[in-house]
Design a binder for this molecule. Structure first.
Ligand code: F6R
Length: 615
């Protein structure tokens, strides 16, 4: 979850590192720091708790030196404090390290250090890494030996980047497990490294990610990569096509706002070339499942976390309705530890925007290792760990980078990707044919336009944001396909406005939560005209009878509902399977305006990180 950056070359390292941290600080942003080494071995370590701006403001004179490493932290072990911020150094200052992940056995390693007379000064798990390396150097190891030895000793998923004062021209970097990537970037007479690609893009598009269990020695004169057994790995960087302009904020105040507004395009890009009418059909070039494999499927399991799991809950309906397969959707972190039962006839669909979420990757590994289940990744990041674990069987969302910590465009694109997959499976299995297939494909094609029209209601959503911003709690209700959207709306609301919100199946509401309802509890009811509309109507009556303020998201032209509730936000009439795309928009916009109305930091909500690489 933390962000790592490294530079060695001809430029002053300090500004390059700070600029790189800017681009990474959606990953973690409670503290940041840099370490720069001068050619004569003078080491400057500058770190601060708080936003990156605090660190920048504290640096009046950037340190000299053309090699350095930097870090933006999302605290796991130890409070948010200057002392716990990275980089960490060994007690003799010979070694400096930045780290992402969790050293699961750090207590044991700390005890070993204690026995050797070394005391850690921070509360972090990370500090054991430079301290152990310093100890091994003092015992006679060279830097490469000390680095490798520590890599063998630390447990868990970890990315480690280290420099030695005595070698002011080399950076060591390693990736162990799925705690987040390290990408090496090649410039002219200079090298960069970062946790992910966007931080490298202004400098280079010639890159090579480290695979699990690889470590590299990076210098301007050349880079070597090895595996943990010491075997050399070819360094063959490839050119990537990512548009740096796509990661800029443009005219918008926040990345989240930009990403909400660009959803029609994101959806079109996701669907384009995959769904066709006349003759109707879906092709998914990157899904390598054969038709025979598809015909042998008996079940689908969708896994994901957070927003991706909510998209998966919608995907479950698509698999059942369009592919005709019994489907479950599970939270990856729960799934992997509940000893589930499945087999090779179950298709596992892992939904993960980043492709790096540790629980989702863990579940993906488990379904292959324990049951030989085929897997498809639904992800926004090409070449991400999830895509690679699915043996290239990936549906890329094609959304462009999502920088806002709260996911928006990848939510709708993930739903579209699962819709496409369900159509493809249904088609091959003969479940979805003829007019039914045509209708399904045509309905999906309407989604970008429907989303565009739903965005036109942003002023009404701003109004809801205004009237509810001093409220303590909000209840989101939905049924069927709208229940996952209610959960997603509540999640967005909690994440960025810090207002407590719950997403509930409307039918379940009277089994407890109804006790909370009074005039101080606004209810956001997702009530498009679909087969469950009448039931939803009754649920709205039930909360109104208890004085709730009701904000209804309903189908345009539904005058009866519009006149019965306090605020009515219309969405275009559409196929019920497509309605989640439409209702997601007011759910996102209401959260956005609640947050901006409260002065919250929309793109960097407290305690969150974009990529969750710890359990
Ligand atoms: C919420 C949000 C998170 C992510 C979750 C999974 O706005 O963004 O809940 O959805 O951390 O991340 P990915 O999709 O990268 O696996």
């Amino acid at each position: 979850m933390c962000g790592i950056i490294g530079y060695v070359g001809k430029q002053a390292a300090g500004p390059v590192l700070l600029e790189g941290l800017q681009r990474l600080n959606y990953r973690g942003y409670d503290s940041s720091g840099i370490a720069v080494l001068d050619h004569d071995g003078a080491l400057a370590v500058l770190k601060r708790s708080g936003k990156l701006a605090e660190l920048e403001a504290s640096i009046s004179d950037p340190p000299a030196g053309r090699i350095g490493i930097g870090h933006t932290r999302w605290a796991t072990h130890g409070a948010v404090s200057d002392g716990n911020a990275h980089p960490h150094v060994s007690d003799d200052s010979a070694v400096v390290v930045v780290h992402n992940g969790i050293v699961e056995n750090y207590r044991e390693l700390r005890a070993q250090l204690g026995q050797a007379g070394v005391t850690c000064t921070s509360e972090t798990d990370s500090e054991v890494i430079p301290q152990l390396m310093g100890l091994y150097l003092r015992e006679g190891a060279d830097f490469a030996e000390a680095f490798q030895r520590v890599l063998g000793e630390i447990k868990g998923g970890n990315a480690v980047v280290a420099m030695e004062r005595a070698q002011p021209d080399q950076i060591y970097a390693a990736r162990l497990g799925n705690a987040g990537g390290i990408v090496l970037g090649v410039g002219e007479g200079e090298m960069f490294l970062a946790s992910d690609l966007p931080a490298l893009l202004p400098h280079t598009t010639l890159v090579q990610p480290l695979e699990n269990g690889q470590w590299a020695v990076v210098s301007a004169a050349g880079t070597t990569i090895r595996d943990l057994a010491g075997e050399a790995v070819p360094f063959e960087p490839v050119k990537v096509n990512l548009d740096p302009v796509a990661v800029a904020k443009g005219p918008y105040k926040h990345f989240m706002q930009k990403e909400i507004m660009e959803q029609p395009r994101a959806l079109s890009d996701c669907i384009r070339g995959r769904a066709r009418v006349n003759p109707a059909g879906v092709s998914l070039e990157d899904v390598t499942l054969t038709d025979d494999q598809i015909r042998s499927l008996r079940r689908v399991l969708i896994i994901g976390m957070g927003t991706s799991m909510h998209a998966g809950m919608v995907g479950r309906f698509y698999m059942e309705r369009l592919a005709g397969l019994p489907t479950d959707c599970d939270n990856a972190s729960e799934f992997r530890y509940r000893e589930p039962l499945l087999g090779p006839e179950t298709l596992v669909v892992a939904v993960t925007q980043s492709g790096e979420t540790v629980d989702t990757l863990g579940a993906m590994a488990q379904v292959r290792d324990d049951w030989g289940a085929p897997r498809v990744a639904v992800t926004n990041v090409e070449g991400s760990e999830a895509a690679r674990m699915a043996d290239g069987s990936a549906i890329y969302l094609r959304c462009g980078p999502e920088i806002g910590v709260a996911s928006t465009k990848t939510f709708v694109a993930s739903m579209a990707a699962m819709y496409l997959l369900a159509c493809r499976i249904g088609q091959v299995r003969g479940y979805l044919q003829g007019a039914k297939l045509e209708h399904a494909v045509e309905a999906l094609m309407t989604a970008p336009g429907i989303v565009d029209q739903a965005l036109a209601q942003k002023d009404l959503c701003r109004h809801v944001g205004r009237i509810c911003r001093h409220i303590g709690h909000i209840l989101y209700l939905g049924r069927g396909l709208q229940y996952p959207v209610a959960m997603e709306g509540a999640l967005k609301c909690k994440e960025i406005s810090y207002i407590h919100a719950e997403g509930y199946p409307a039918g379940e509401m009277k089994h407890g939560p109804i006790a909370l309802i009074d005039r101080n509890m606004p209810v956001i009811a997702l009530a498009p005209r679909d087969p469950l509309y009448d039931k939803m109507w009754s649920n709205i009556q039930q909360v109104q009878a208890r004085d709730a303020t009701v904000i209804a998201v309903g189908t345009e032209g539904d005058e009866e509902l519009a006149s019965a509730v306090d605020v009515f936000i219309p969405i275009p009439a559409c196929d019920p399977l497509i309605a989640p795309f439409a209702t997601a928009i007011p759910a996102q916009l209401i959260a956005y305006y609640l947050a901006t109305g409260r002065g919250a930091d929309v793109d960097q909500p407290r305690n969150l990180a974009k990529t969750v690489t710890v359990e």
